[in-house]
Design a protein. Sequence first.
Length: 229
Amino acid sequence: MVTSPTFEFEESLFARGHRLVAAMDEVGRGSPFGPCCVGVVVVDAEVGPFPPRLRDSKAVARRVREQLVAPLLGWVRDHAVGAASAGEIDAWGLSVALRLAGRRALAQLALRPDVSILDGVHDWLSGATTLTPTGPHYPDVDVAEVTTLVRADQSCAAVAAASVLAKVHRDALIDDFARSLPGYDLENNKGYATPSHLAALRLLGPSEHHRRSWRLPAREGEAQDEGAG
């Protein structure tokens, strides 16, 4: 059953004295191809009712997600999407890449929130350190207090909004890749490990935008990549 989000959790943060609440969600975590993206929206207590049909991005069709973008941009006070590439995921791991994408999103905001809601139980946004002399180099941005909530993308309207904006943004990026990388069925699978995508990897091997640190199917006649996928 599809859960309808509410604004109750956000209102509880306003009641605690927070003025600007950021809500963040990621897309592309489980894809063996392309970037992971983090969407962020900023809301305050005066934003009014959220757009009808707003749900977690995974619960609505692409057409509905795209139709939601304009009303969502009119509802929130600020928004952005940050990304980390497949190469960055390979170099530093997925958790670091999510932090990098999230901080890139925060750095694009004109407003500075004083609390951030993350979906799940793990705070992947705080605690950034440089792992090697070559990076990752995080944007110089203040990270406010972080609060996590399991299934926030389903229950919190602002997090659902962030998930929709991130999903639409990433789908557009994958559509661009599909035009330059025919053969992987990216226009349909959006980089995820569908049977057609896995079959293409066995036939063509990985492109430069595949996550080579993941356990990708071996190209016919070659040994399987040993990765963490």
